[in-house]
Structures are given as structure tokens and as C-alpha cells.
Write a protein that binds this ligand. Structure first.
Ligand SMILES: C[S@@+](CC[C@H](N)C(=O)[O-])C[C@H]1O[C@@H](n2cnc3c(N)ncnc32)[C@H](O)[C@@H]1O
Ligand SMILES: [Zn+2]
Length: 326
């Protein structure tokens, strides 16, 4: 499954649709009057920007400070950036020509690894809520990726309210920031919404494997940074998630969730009859429950069903149908 079509931005307001460039070419606007300016000197739309100083990612030199944090991370976990990022990105199973959304892309460190997997042919949309990080990422990687043929787009927006239509990307990827989203569940739901059925989603962030939480090294890591106490948000996956895998990287200190976007209900047959004393099926036992009756009558019904060799459900259905005919 490949995509060659450019993926347009869509107004993130629920009732709106596509966006056009404004007449003065300073941003994008929808036909309901919502306007999103480009970041100064760029064509990068700003849908939502974290207020300056509201986090370590929205301050001057945020990208350089983050570079330093990454050096600490790889030295602490005795690995290197190539090994970790190639490992995580390879799980997407990208092929040339596909389209990928990167949420919380920060200063864009994953982008060259993704472009390599796409062999220089494909579409990458990278977003982050902190313009200081995202604009650094665009200036570090934008031209180089375009030069090798990647259709690369950046936007400053909230990963919990993405500016895209449903089912437009082949895959979505996130590393290192979802624990900080205002709603982790909404961040996952949005990635799931914008990926086509069958597409792959990979999400990783700090989070000790549960068996390490009370270990000495676990307590030291959590004291150092409380995000290590976060647990893999596996319960927040959409009901339609398929082929779900939970694993851990960086010596069991970062969770990795992988899943495919499902389409429609699970292919479970809820009408297979149960053989045995109770009888019925999943549907009948769940949706066919009646009001309470006299417990003595209930026991008498069960006893009679057993005596005539019928399941309780078959016996009751027969009796009720007979009652309705009279
Ligand atoms: C630790 S950095 C990781 C950056 C990058 N993914 C990397 O691997 O280097 C976390 C990023 O998540 C971003 N972030 C936090 N909340 C966000 C949200 N609601 N929407 C988009 N990005 C968000 C931060 O601004 C920051 O750039
Ligand atoms: Zn709008």
C-alpha cells in the first residue's frame, strides 16, 4: 500500500474541512474563518503552539537542551542513537512511497532514519506542539530530506487534535513525549484516526517494565525522573487495535507499543450455541436477559429442563414462545 498524493492539512475544528492558503500567503484558512499563520519566515502552519516558557521544549535553545538530554540518555543506557532509532523505526515496516506521520517529532532526530527506510521516496509529516523544537527540526532536516526526494511537511499543532482527515497516512510513529500529552488516550486515538486501516502505529516513551518498579534501580530512575514510573498505556488502545505487541527497550526502561489499525468489529461469532446445561450463546447470555422471577419457580424450571434433557435456554425459549402463542 503506497501513497504518492500530497496529504493536505485540514482545519482541526470538528465541523470544518480543508484549508486554503490565504490571499496574502501568510498562512492557511478554512471557509469558516479559522486562520493559521505560518511561522515567521517559513511555510510551516501553526495550529497550536505551547506558550513560551510553559515547558523545557518551549524555551530558547530548547533543541540544544534536548540534544544534551539525549546524550545523557544514550550514555546512561549504554547504547547509541542509531541503534535505538533504527530498532524502533524498523518496526513500522515502511516501504518506499509510503506516508508517515511523526507526532511529538521535536527537533526531528528520527527523520533521517525514516527517510533511509523510505529509500528517499515517500511523505513524512512531522508535528510538535512546541515551535522552538519543531522549527529547529525543520531547519536541521527539512532541506536535506527534500533534496533526496522526500515530501516532508512540518506543522506546529497538538498531537491530541491533529489537522488531518481520517485515514490518510500509511503509518504513524511517536518516540519520547506521549507521557507528557494532556491526554495520552487522545494522542493514541488521533494517531489511530489518521492512519488507514491495516497501517502500523509504533509508540515508545519512558516507562519501566512493571517488574522493575520496586527494584533498587527502578526506584533510582523514578527519583531521577518521575516519567520512568509511567506505565505502558496499553489499556488506552482503541477497541479496533490489531496485532498488538508490548515490549521494552533501553534495558526494560522504555515501553514500546506496536499495533495495526483495525477496520470494523472483531470477527467474533457471538451466536455459536453452547452445548450443556445452561445453553444459549454469547449474544443470548448478554442481550437476552429477562426480569427477575420467583427463585422457587426458577429452580423448578431448571429441574424440569434437566428432567426433559434440554438446556435451560432452550427450555425457557420454548416455554416463552408457547406462552406468547396463547
Ligand atoms: C523528549 S521530546 C522528544 C522529541 C523527539 N520525538 C525525539 O525523539 O527526539 C518530547 C516532545 O514531545 C512534544 N510534545 C509534548 N506534548 C505534545 C503534544 N500535545 N503534541 C505534540 N507534541 C507534544 C514536546 O514539545 C517535545 O518536543
Ligand atoms: Zn475551521
Amino acid at each position: 500500500m503506497t501513497s504518492t498524493r500530497t496529504i493536505p492539512f485540514r482545519c482541526p475544528h470538528p465541523e470544518c474541512g480543508n484549508l486554503q492558503e490565504t490571499a496574502d500567503r501568510t498562512g492557511l484558512a478554512c471557509d469558516k474563518g479559522h486562520v493559521y499563520p505560518y511561522a515567521p519566515g517559513t511555510q510551516i502552519p501553526v495550529f497550536a503552539d505551547a506558550p513560551a516558557g510553559s515547558s523545557e521544549y518551549s524555551i530558547v535553545d530548547a533543541a540544544e537542551i534536548h540534544d544534551n538530554a539525549l546524550r545523557w540518555l544514550f550514555a546512561t543506557f549504554c547504547t547509541d542513537e542509531d541503534t535505538l532509532r533504527e530498532n524502533l523505526i524498523s518496526r513500522l515496516g515502511l516501504v518506499p512511497g509510503q506516508s508517515l506521520l511523526v507526532t511529538g517529532a521535536g527537533a526531528g532526530n528520527d527523520l533521517p532514519y525514516i527517510a533511509e527506510k523510505m529509500e528517499g521516496r515517500g511523505t513524512i509529516h512531522a508535528q510538535d506542539i512546541a515551535s522552538q523544537m519543531l522549527l529547529a527540526g525543520a531547519s536541521r532536516h527539512g532541506d536535506a530530506l527534500s533534496a533526496i526526494g522526500i515530501d516532508i511537511r512540518f506543522s506546529v499543532c497538538d498531537a491530541t487534535q491533529l489537522p488531518y482527515a481520517d485515514r490518510v497516512f500509511d503509518a504513524a510513529y511517536h518516540y519520547g513525549g506521549i507521557n507528557l500529552f494532556s491526554s495520552v488516550g487522545q494522542g493514541i486515538a488521533e494517531m489511530n484516526r489518521v492512519v488507514k486501516p491495516g497501517g502500523k502505529i509504533v509508540i515508545s516513551d519512558e516507562g519501566l517494565a512493571p517488574w522493575l518498579l520496586n527494584s533498587e534501580i527502578g526506584k533510582q530512575l523514578v527519583a531521577n525522573n518521575h516519567l520512568y514510573a509511567c506505565q505502558a498505556p496499553i489499556a488506552l488502545l482503541p477497541e479496533t487495535a490489531r496485532d498488538v505487541k508490548l515490549s521494552f527497550e533501553l534495558h526494560n526502561c522504555f515501553y514500546v507499543i506496536e499495533f495495526s489499525v483495525g477496520d470494523g468489529p472483531l470477527p467474533i461469532n457471538i451466536d455459536v450455541p453452547h452445548v450443556g446445561r445452561r445453553g444459549g450463546s454469547i449474544r443470548k447470555r448478554y442481550a437476552g436477559r429477562l426480569e427477575g422471577i420467583d427463585p422457587a419457580l426458577k429452580e423448578a424450571v431448571y429441574a424440569e429442563a434437566e428432567r426433559v434433557g434440554e438446556s435451560r435456554v432452550d427450555f425457557l425459549e420454548k416455554a416463552l414462545r408457547a406462552a406468547l402463542r396463547t
